[in-house]
Write a protein that binds this ligand. Structure first.
Ligand SMILES: Cc1cc2nc3c(=O)[nH]c(=O)nc-3n(C[C@H](O)[C@H](O)[C@H](O)COP(=O)(O)OP(=O)(O)OC[C@H]3O[C@@H](n4cnc5c(N)ncnc54)[C@H](O)[C@@H]3O)c2cc1C
Length: 329
C-alpha cells in the first residue's frame, strides 16, 4: 500500500487554512493523518489538496475558559487522555482518549480528527486489490450495501471513541469557514455534527473545519466510558458505552447514555435514560435499563464478531459503568 503523490499545503494560521479550504475544490484537512493517510493508501478517497492543520497554534488550546473546558481540535489523543483537568472533570473522555488506537497513533492522532473519523466497514476499509474481487459497495459508488444485502443505505459503523463520551458530557463544537473575507464560526451540539449515514456521515460543509470542543463544567457530574474490542492494545471499538449523571440521594439525575459502534453515528439510549431518570439505584432497575440499552441497538454484520455479541456487550458495559460510578466497584 503506497501513498499516492500528495499535494500538501501548509497554512500559517487558521484563517489561511480556511481560505485554502474555500479556494481549492476537493481540499481536505489533514490533522495527524492516522486515518486519512490509510484511506489514501487504500485508494478509498480521491487525491486532492491536503490542508495541513499540524502547525496551527489556534487549534492547540486546552484549558478552562469561563464555565467551559475548551479543547482545540489539534490537541492529540495522548494529551487529552493524560491531562489532569480532563481526567478530574470528565473521566469518560479521558478514558475514551486513552483507549483509542495504540500509543504511537495517540501521539499523532488529534481529537478533531477523531470527531471527523470516517465510519468503517469490513467491506470498505480494505486495499483496492481486496475490494476488486467484490466490486463496488454503496460507499465506493456501487448500488447496494454488502453488509446488508439489498439495502440502499450504507451502514458503515461509527468507530471513533471520543464522540460518545463527549455527547454524554454535553459537548458543543465550534465550526469555522472563510466567509465574506473573514473567519465565520458557529457553535453546535456535537450530536448535530452527525447524520447516521455511512456515505455522508458529517453535517460539515466541504470548506468547514472543526476548531474546538466546549465542555460545560458541572459540579458532581460522574462519567465513564466502557469499550469492547478484540485487542486491548490497538483495536477500534466493537461496542462503546458512555454514561454521565449526577447522583442525588442515590437517585439518578440528568442521566445520559450514548453508544458508539452500533450505527453510523453515536446514538442515545433514550429508553434507558427515561427509565433511570429520577429512580433510585438498585440491581433490578439497573438490569431493566441494561436490557433497554441492548434492545435499542441494531448493529449489522460489518465488523468482526456477530451483531448479537456486540449488542450483548453494550448491556454488560452499561451495567459495569453505572455500577462503577455509583459504588466505586
Ligand atoms: C491501527 C489503527 C487503530 C485505530 N484505532 C482507533 C480506535 O480504537 N479508536 C478511534 O477512535 N480511532 C482509532 N483509529 C483512528 C485514528 O487514529 C483516530 O481516530 C485519530 O484520532 C484520528 O485523528 P487524526 O488527527 O489522525 O485524523 P486524520 O487522519 O488527519 O483525519 C481524519 C478525518 O478527519 C478530518 N479532519 C481532521 N481534522 C479535522 C478538523 N479539524 N475539521 C474537520 N475535519 C477534520 C480529515 O480530513 C479526515 O477526513 C485507529 C487508526 C489506526 C490506523
Amino acid at each position: 500500500m503506497i501513498l499516492p503523490e500528495l499535494d500538501v499545503r501548509t497554512p500559517a494560521s487558521l484563517s489561511d487554512a480556511l481560505q485554502m479550504m474555500a479556494e481549492f475544490p476537493g481540499a481536505r484537512p489533514l490533522a495527524g493523518g492516522t486515518d486519512l493517510l490509510v484511506l489514501l493508501k487504500q485508494r478509498l478517497l480521491p487525491v486532492g489538496p491536503l490542508i495541513d492543520l499540524g502547525r496551527l497554534a489556534e487549534l492547540e488550546t486546552l484549558g478552562t475558559v469561563g464555565e467551559n473546558l475548551v479543547i482545540g481540535a489539534g490537541v492529540t489523543l495522548c494529551e487529552v487522555g493524560e491531562n489532569t483537568l480532563v481526567r478530574n472533570l470528565f473521566p469518560a473522555l479521558s478514558e475514551a482518549a486513552a483507549a483509542a488506537a495504540g500509543p504511537n497513533l495517540r501521539n499523532m492522532g488529534t481529537i478533531g480528527g477523531n470527531l471527523c473519523l470516517f465510519p468503517r466497514c469490513l467491506y470498505y476499509n480494505q486495499s483496492r486489490f481486496w475490494r476488486s474481487t467484490l466490486g463496488n459497495c454503496l460507499k465506493t459508488g456501487g448500488e447496494s450495501c454488502f453488509a446488508v444485502p439489498g439495502s440502499l443505505r450504507c451502514y458503515a459503523c461509527f468507530s471513533a471513541d471520543c464522540p460518545p463520551p463527549l455527547i454524554a458530557l454535553g459537548a458543543k463544537v465550534s465550526v469555522a469557514r472563510w466567509c465574506d473575507g473573514q473567519v465565520g464560526s458557529r457553535l453546535i451540539p456535537l450530536e448535530d455534527l452527525y447524520r447516521n449515514d455511512g456515505v455522508r456521515p458529517l453535517t460539515l460543509n466541504p470548506d468547514e473545519l472543526v476548531t474546538a470542543i466546549y465542555l460545560p463544567v458541572r459540579e458532581g457530574l460522574r462519567s465513564a466510558y466502557g469499550k469492547y474490542r478484540r485487542r486491548a492494545s490497538i483495536d477500534f471499538p466493537l461496542a462503546g458505552v458512555a454514561v454521565s449523571f449526577v447522583l442525588e440521594e442515590n437517585r439518578f439525575k440528568d442521566i445520559v447514555v450514548v453508544l458508539g459502534a452500533m450505527a453510523s453515528a453515536p446514538i442515545m439510549a433514550r429508553e434507558a435514560m427515561t427509565l433511570l431518570e429520577g429512580r433510585e439505584y438498585g440491581k433490578e432497575v439497573l438490569e431493566a435499563a441494561a436490557e433497554q440499552v441492548a434492545r435499542g441497538t441494531h448493529p449489522v454484520r460489518n465488523q468482526p464478531g456477530s451483531p448479537e455479541h456486540r449488542r450483548h456487550m453494550t448491556r454488560i458495559l452499561f451495567r459495569r459503568m453505572v455500577a462503577k460510578l455509583v459504588t466505586g466497584d
